[in-house]
Design a protein around this ligand. Sequence first.
Ligand code: SAH
Length: 205
Amino acid sequence: MRLTRDFTGLQALDEQVLAALRKVPRHAFVPKKVQDCAYLNDPLPIGYGQTISQPYIVALMTDLIQPQADDVVLEIGTGSGYQTAILAELVQQVYSLEIIDELAEAARERLQSLGYENIEVRSGNGHFGWPEHAPYDAIVVTAAPTGIPSALIEQLKPGGTLVIPVGERMFGQELLLIRKDEKGMIEEKSLLPVAFVPLIGSPED
Ligand code: SAH
């Protein structure tokens, strides 16, 4: 049997990432009817056909960007805002884009009521990134496009990291770790088979 760590090469998750997972109350990010399941290691429905990711995947994606206290991070796919909150525990500023207005509004209110002051949520199409605050130390994408949107590569700092699931709807997606080196060269590593909801509103749709 292949273990996840055989795919990722990570022997253990970073202690600070685990501390952030212990701190952020996941039950506050899911609808009442599934609150009993909030601490299972499962994705859960959050309405509008979307899901809050499985905590392990949130931890892994966070770990992969090697978050630093002075980082500015872009997230595509706010959803419930759970991954946003985990990132905000570890970095200086998180900008997060969500294409479904109602989810963006609910996440904004939820994150504000939990006291986060280093998060900005905007409703918009993540395919184009958020150029106003670019370049980013890291970009985390929580819905799967069929190819890597070029705007996201452009908006990454030299030395920055992009973590993104890429592939066809629900099948054959791979979690990619993309690094832009100091000269702007791109290095891409495929880590793990994954199943994310699709990144919608693509220019090709
Ligand atoms: N990080 C979220 C996961 C939500 S699922 C969480 O922890 O809850 C992925 C989210 O991406 C969904 O809310 C979906 O509406 C959003 N999404 C899909 N396509 C998008 C796009 N083109 N731009 C921005 N958000 C998008």
